[in-house]
Design a protein around this ligand. Structure first.
Ligand code: NAD
Ligand code: GCO
Length: 251
């Protein structure tokens, strides 16, 4: 899927990985729309204020986009830390629900609305491709650390859904893939203490540094331009396999 002249929806396109991807898509000649409840879209990107966990708002936002939609990047996401239970009692189920509602159900809301539109697109190129969808997964899709239950629930589901949604949509010429980053330097993780981050990065293989948002956008570029890639989740984590817990997180 060549972005030039296409329409791309990026959720969470006003910050971090989504913003870098929206900027790359716009520079590549796509018409880009960011669905994000806060912040400002990059130059040349249309912003629709939208909470992806609000099903009706998502449908209205997608309906307000004229013409075909070819590309969807599901980047909207929030973090959340807390054990399922502790000596103080049960874990915070409202917080658990919120993370799953945004990261998982939000992505499902947008994918349902956008994919339904993609199905009506004219087929493009020798394969007759109609659309391409990329899900922001996480290293936590595979190795969630202590206290990361809600986030891991959402991100392991997002990874699992790449194949299922690819299977749902293959008959319509729509591909679905995921990218699973390790620690990326974005506003989402800017509040984390330096010693915690240092310990995480020490566990990477090579290179031992945080990823840059532009490196995520470069993998999106590769995914969009590689027609044979479908139902796959690409790790982008410098070979990191996080331990169960960091020294920092121990009591
Ligand atoms: N930064 C990392 O280390 C890292 C690693 C792996 C995966 N991820 C995932 O990548 C994605 C992007 O993360 P980031 O680091 O760029 O974070 P970020 O906080 O910089 O950007 C996330 C964006 O999502 C938006 N957002 C939050 N809730 C939303 C909602 N309900 N509806 C629509 N938009 C909403 C935010 O306003 C923000 O603009 C997330 O799904 C995150 O889980 C991040
Ligand atoms: O998805 C993310 O926002 C990040 O990758 C974090 O999950 C950390 O890198 C992880 O805690 C390391 O185990």
């Amino acid at each position: 899927m060549e972005p030039a002249g296409k329409c791309a929806v990026v959720t969470g396109g006003n910050s971090g990985l989504g913003r870098a991807t929206a900027e790359w898509l716009a520079a590549a000649g796509a018409k880009v729309v960011s669905l994000d409840p806060t912040g400002e879209a990059p130059d040349g990107v249309r912003h629709i204020a939208c909470d992806v966990s609000d099903h009706a708002a998502v449908q209205a936002a997608v309906d307000s986009i004229d013409g075909p939609i070819h590309i969807l990047i599901n980047c909207a996401g929030i973090g959340g830390i807390g054990p399922i239970a502790s000596a103080e009692g049960p874990g915070d189920m409202a917080a658990f629900r919120k993370v799953v509602e945004v990261n998982l159900l939000g992505a499902a809301n947008v994918t349902a609305a956008v994919a339904a539109r993609m199905i009506g697109n004219d087929p493009v190129g020798e394969d007759g491709e109609r659309g391409a969808i990329v899900n922001a997964c996480s290293i936590a899709s595979f190795e969630g650390q202590e206290g990361m239950g809600a986030y891991t629930a959402s991100k392991s589901a997002m990874a699992g859904l790449c194949l299922v949604w690819a299977r749902d949509l293959s008959r319509h010429g729509i591909r679905v893939n995921g990218i699973a980053p390790g620690f990326m330097a974005t506003p989402m993780v800017a509040h984390l203490p330096d010693d915690f981050v240092a310990e995480l990065l020490a566990d990477t293989e090579f290179p031992k540094r945080a990823g840059r948002a532009e490196e995520f956008a470069e993998v999106v570029d590769f995914v969009l331009h590689t027609p044979l890639l479908n139902g796959e989740v690409i790790r982008l984590d410098a070979g990191a396999r996080p331990p169960a817990r960091t020294k920092w997180s121990m009591d």
